[in-house]
Design a protein around this ligand. Structure first.
Ligand SMILES: C[S@@+](CC[C@H](N)C(=O)[O-])C[C@H]1O[C@@H](n2cnc3c(N)ncnc32)[C@H](O)[C@@H]1O
Length: 293
């Protein structure tokens, strides 16, 4: 689930023509996470006419949503290191007729736009950065005075909530989180957002915690858990988290779905934590930063 590895982006064709499978996965993930991202965008003040940068945009979910907030007078730029993700994002924007959003391939550590943005947003991206405080500090330099910095990150450190308890789903969550942690992903990034922003010298952020909740035959959760386990299978085995026989990747999603339907289980995603703040600048244009630790 979970949009943490973006392997779906890299399985898309390089010309941006997505396979049915990767499109299905993109739409599933969009359906799961969009309401929470929409809520953060509303609360942080994204609005018509703004210039917005989406860092680590992947296949464009958050940028495409932001493009609806900024409207025809606004602009959204999505940046991502993955060429295949950027190609898919461009294709999705074309299909939706979203002419106010563009996608560029590049590293967010090196991106130097000519003009500052009204808002920089990032979803599920800080957890992948070796030094999130330094990343946030640098991103703040791309925001105008009074502009917005807004992030959304998972917190995988809580045991997932599945009721009635569904052993296989809980086990799959544990395989996923152990593998991500083994790969160096910060699985506690969500609840570290506050300290990260404050340590970067920014004003104390406003925060929200939410989760996607799924049940029933048309639930996207089972496929997303199965797909994520499949994407992570190689490192999962190499790291000794689970064996191929334990995982049974080809049938994992359908087994979880069957067990979930038998008990009409409700599956709650890991916490998705939102944090946003506004950049303050001195009259000189320099960042007004609190003392960093
Ligand atoms: C888990 S995906 C999230 C994608 C998207 N934000 C979303 O919510 O669907 C993380 C993305 O960040 C990108 N990424 C990570 N570090 C990056 C960096 N330093 N510069 C540019 N892109 C980066 C990856 O290529 C990947 O597409």
């Amino acid at each position: 689930m979970l949009g943490t590895d973006c392997a779906d982006a890299d399985s898309a064709e390089t010309d941006g023509t997505s396979s049915d499978n990767s499109l299905r996965r993109l739409e599933s993930r969009a359906r799961l996470f969009e309401p929470l991202t929409d809520q953060m965008f509303r609360q942080c003040g994204l609005g018509p006419g703004m210039r917005v940068l989406d860092v680590g945009c992947g296949t464009g979910d958050a940028a495409l949503l932001a493009s609806r907030f900024v409207g025809s007078r606004g602009v959204v730029v999505g940046i991502d290191a993955s060429g295949t993700a950027v190609a898919t994002a461009r294709q999705r924007a074309r299909e939706r007729g979203a002419s106010n959003v563009t996608f560029v391939r590049g590293s967010l550590g090196q991106y130097s736009p000519a003009e500052r943005f009204d808002a920089v947003i990032g979803r599920f991206v800080l957890m992948h950065q070796p030094d999130p405080v330094a990343t946030v500090w640098r991103l703040a330099t791309l925001v105008r005075d009074g502009g917005i910095l807004a992030f959304q990150e998972f917190d995988f450190t809580q045991r997932p909530l599945v009721r009635p308890e569904l052993r296989l789903a809980v086990e799959a969550f544990q395989w996923i989180t152990a593998t991500l942690a083994g790969l160096g992903v910060d699985i506690g990034m969500g609840m570290r957002l506050h300290q990260t922003l404050v340590s970067a010298g920014l004003p104390r952020p406003s925060m929200l915690v939410g989760a996607a909740v799924e049940s029933g035959a048309d639930s996207a959760a089972c496929e997303l858990i199965g797909d994520t386990v499949s994407d992570l299978l190689e490192p999962m085995i190499t790291l000794g988290v689970a064996t191929p026989d334990e995982v049974g990747a080809p049938t994992l999603a359908s087994r979880i779905r069957q067990a979930a339907l038998e008990t009409d289980a409700v599956i709650v995603s890991p916490y998705i934590v939102s944090a946003w703040t506004r950049v303050q600048r001195r009259p000189t244009g320099d960042l007004e930063l609190a003392e960093t630790s």
